[in-house]
Ligand binder design. Structure first.
Ligand SMILES: NC(=O)c1ccc[n+]([C@@H]2O[C@H](COP(=O)([O-])OP(=O)(O)OC[C@H]3O[C@@H](n4cnc5c(N)ncnc54)[C@H](OP(=O)(O)O)[C@@H]3O)[C@@H](O)[C@H]2O)c1
Length: 290
């Protein structure tokens, strides 16, 4: 598959998001493992997860990390080039809004626990999940600096960050910020400013919920008919058009569509081969969230 870069590591232009396999509505483990194996078979070498991808208020922190580690262990092919990107600082102690904890001591412990669940000496990419308003951002990012310096993590990223936080994090990390993971899709475009900054700074930008989120992804083509129209012209799904449109924004963009069925990720990866024409991109850019 077409490659993009995180830090100095080459990864597939389309990643796999692990959230639907572990939160509410998840399918059985066999289907989830088949989905991860289908992604690997198709050449996906970036899998995104988080310690908080589990059922809310259940004592199963790290459910998705354990699932991904198991699927990789059981895979018969070569997984040496596969990057697992996890996150810390978000929690699901109860149903409802997710909680935050950006305390540096907590983040350091959380990263070590994630490494253990993933079965690795050092985490490929560790992302601070969401700024905690109770903790100065610089303090939370300071934990990433220590984790890098101690070799607990190989690369550091941030998520749900604004332009000031991206600049601040990169400065505190001494230029070692490799990725920003923000919400971006046909439906949610307000992260375009951060995407543009990442392009300028040559930092990978990972759109989360790139199809509009678990409950909206299936309706993408009926909500945004232009994506369906362009899809018909290329013989691909509206979801594939959305991913191709995101990829066309910049070479730093690496969408991470979630999936809990092999068919979903096998369709999504084809976006890496779709070449949209400039006038199609203009039409898709002009679509407004409805
Ligand atoms: N950093 C953050 O704060 C944050 C927040 C949310 C998500 N994320 C990350 O971003 C990833 C992606 O976001 P998301 O899972 O919330 O939403 P999403 O990727 O927009 O949508 C996921 C849903 O899309 C469906 N799908 C995938 N490919 C498809 C295709 N080609 N055609 C039709 N349907 C398709 C899947 O259905 P099936 O389940 O039926 O396969 C899946 O449930 C997550 O998995 C997670 O890793 C990060």
């Amino acid at each position: 598959m077409k490659q993009r870069v995180i830090g100095d590591v080459s990864v597939s232009a389309i990643g796999l998001g692990g959230m639907p396999m572990s939160i509410e509505g998840r399918k059985d483990e066999r289907q989830s493992i088949a989905t991860i194996h289908a992604a690997l078979e198709a050449g996906v070498t970036l899998i995104d997860t988080a310690d908080a991808y589990h059922l809310a208020a259940h004592d199963e922190v790290g459910h998705n990390e354990l699932l991904i580690a198991k699927a990789i262990r059981e895979y018969k092919g070569d997984t040496s080039g596969v990057i697992v990107a996890t996150k810390g600082g978000h929690l699901r102690p109860e149903p409802g809004p997710w909680a935050q904890n950006g305390d540096p001591a907590y983040l350091k412990e959380a990263a070590k626990a994630s490494a253990k669940r993933l079965g690795v000496d050092a985490i490929d990419l560790y992302q601070y999940h969401r700024p905690d308003p109770k903790v100065p951002y610089a303090d939370s990012i300071g934990a990433l600096v220590e984790l890098l310096d101690e070799g607990v993590i190989k690369m550091a990223g941030i998520s749900n960050a604004n332009v000031d936080q991206i600049r601040e994090a990169n400065e505190i990390l001494g230029g070692r910020l490799v990725s920003v993971q923000n919400q971006f899709s046909p439906k949610f475009r307000s992260s375009e400013e951060e995407l543009v900054l990442c392009d300028e700074m040559n930092i990978a930008f990972l759109p989360w919920s790139p199809l509009g989120g678990i409950s909206s992804a299936a309706d993408l083509g009926s909500t945004f008919e232009e994506f369906a129209r362009v899809g018909r012209d290329h013989g691909v799904s509206p979801q594939v058009v959305a991913l191709a449109w995101e990829l066309a924004k910049s070479d730093v963009v690496i969408p991470i569509p979630g999936a809990s069925r092999p068919q979903s990720i096998l369709d999504s990866v084809t976006a890496a081969t779709v070449k949209l024409r400039p006038e199609e991109i203009e039409r898709l850019d002009a679509v407004h969230a409805e």
